[in-house]
Structures are given as structure tokens and as C-alpha cells.
Write a protein that binds this ligand. Structure first.
Ligand SMILES: O=C(O)CCC(=O)C(=O)O
Length: 263
């Protein structure tokens, strides 16, 4: 999948692109089932909310076949290769559960300050590309993005070790207020199968989920091979040390996997 000149222009201007219905109903059904299987496991790669509900399943592509295919899927990998103009490797792969009733907040942040401070990533030449596994609605803790905020570069961030179970470099309220007064907030919503990519310096966050509707999203973080991390401090399952370029699989790889499983 190649981004069109208009999509490239929109991404440059706004810092994000939302592509509804990138994965079809069969592919989504498989990914949902596999995400449920992953999130039901007890393993160290699964980070939990303070109340014990799964918050994030890291590195699921290393222990789940469908996730492994997704981490090399051309609909996710090719747009990022195109944007960065070089090969990319998997810096992180995670399923964020944002469970019904218990999913907690993600404080306002940019991704790059955490990757830089905690992993020694040199530049903002990495990006999250997200796949919605459930319908993302205005009510179930959608991702909130501040359009154009990536143009401000990396902003001063503080290490938040308190508000959630997961340490993150977050932005203070005056900074967020200033960004939002200038640019507003958008919440891309839509059916499972939608894909959202956003710049490493785009300001974003999400509120807790107190609805009965889970909001599972896969985030594949791809980093340019020329920008490999230099000083990782987090476990390998959060910041991968294998810088081998991703070779995109065939576009129908998930469909073939479904066929193989059914046979
Ligand atoms: O899943 C969410 O709501 C936010 C996740 C996020 O911002 C992140 O992983 O950096």
C-alpha cells in the first residue's frame, strides 16, 4: 500500500492519517480472537492496570502467529518505509486493551521523548501505526490527538511514575493547553479494521474507559534502520534490540493463515 500525494501532504500538515477499513471482516475476526487469547495469558510481557486487568500485551508478535504476520503486514510497513525513505525494524509491538469498565487513562504525551530518554533513540524517525481491533467510539476511551502539534518538535516532558501502572514521559498542563488552544483535539473513531498512523512528536492521550465496550488497539512501532536505539534501559520485550529490517509479507498473508488454520 502506497500513500497518495494527498495523504503525504495531509500527514505532513496534520501529523496523522486515519485509514478506515484497512483490514476486512475476516482479518479483523482473526485478530480479535488472537488478541483475546493473548490478553488471557499470564506472562511477564503483559502489563497490568493497578487493579490487575491487562493494560498492554507487549511483544505479542514474538509468541502469537497472527500478531507475527501483522507486524510485517504491507498495509502497515510499506507506508512507513515510504515516509522514512528506508527500511524499518520493529521497535515495539503491543496490544493496548483499554478494557471495558477498567481501562485507565494514557496521560498527554508525545512518543518520541519516551523512546529517546528510555531507549536512546536518536531522532523522531519512528512511528506508531495503530490497528483498531474493536470499534473505537467517542465514549470508550478513543485516542485524542492534537493535530499539527508535531510541528513543535519534542516538548519538555516529565517522567510520570505515578498516575498509571506504566511509566511514561508526559506533558504538563500548560504545554497541553497551549497546543490545544492553537490546534484543537481530534478523536479518529471508526469500526474495527481501521488504521491510524501518527508522528512520533504528535501530542496525544486517552481517557479511561468506563463503558461496557472494550477498546483494543494494536500499536506497531516501526523505527528507521538508520535510527536504531543506542541505550535501552527497558526490557527487550518493550524496546527490541533486533534491528533486522522487516520484510513485508504478502498482502493476503492473514487470509492464508485463516485458511491454513481451518484446513
Ligand atoms: O492506547 C491508548 O489509548 C494510548 C496509547 C499510547 O498513547 C501509546 O502507546 O503511546
Amino acid at each position: 500500500m502506497q500513500l497518495t500525494p494527498q495523504q503525504l501532504k495531509d500527514f505532513d500538515e496534520l501529523g496523522y492519517l486515519f485509514m478506515p477499513e484497512c483490514f476486512n471482516a475476516e482479518e479483523v475476526a482473526l485478530l480479535k480472537q488472537e488478541a483475546s487469547n493473548v490478553l488471557a495469558q499470564q506472562r511477564p510481557e503483559i502489563w497490568r492496570e493497578k487493579n490487575g486487568a491487562p493494560r498492554t500485551a507487549f511483544a505479542a508478535h514474538t509468541y502469537n502467529d497472527a500478531c507475527n504476520i501483522l507486524a510485517s503486514h504491507p498495509r502497515l510497513v510499506k507506508p512507513l518505509q515510504q515516509l522514512f525513505g528506508e527500511d524499518v525494524y520493529v521497535h515495539q509491538f503491543k496490544i493496548n486493551a483499554k478494557a471495558a469498565f477498567t481501562g485507565e487513562v494514557w496521560q498527554w504525551h508525545q512518543d518520541f521523548p519516551t523512546w529517546h530518554a528510555d531507549d536512546g533513540m536518536p531522532d523522531a524517525r519512528a512511528m506508531n501505526i495503530a490497528v483498531f481491533l474493536d470499534e473505537v467510539m467517542p465514549i470508550n476511551g478513543p485516542l485524542m490527538l492534537v493535530p499539527r502539534s508535531h510541528k513543535a518538535g519534542a516538548l519538555k516532558s516529565e517522567h510520570d511514575l505515578e498516575t498509571t501502572s506504566y511509566p511514561l514521559w508526559t506533558l504538563d498542563q500548560p504545554t497541553v493547553t497551549e497546543m490545544v488552544e492553537k490546534n484543537g483535539i481530534v478523536t479518529p473513531t471508526g469500526r474495527a479494521g481501521g488504521v491510524l498512523m501518527f508522528h512520533a512528536n504528535l501530542v496525544h492521550g486517552s481517557a479511561g474507559n468506563i463503558t461496557p465496550y472494550p477498546r483494543r488497539i494494536v500499536y506497531l512501532t516501526l523505527n528507521s534502520v538508520s535510527n536504531a536505539i543506542a541505550k535501552p534501559t527497558r526490557p527487550e520485550f518493550i524496546a527490541h534490540r533486533d534491528f533486522t529490517p522487516v520484510k513485508p509479507v504478502a498482502d493476503d498473508a492473514l487470509q492464508r493463515y485463516i485458511g491454513k488454520k481451518a484446513a
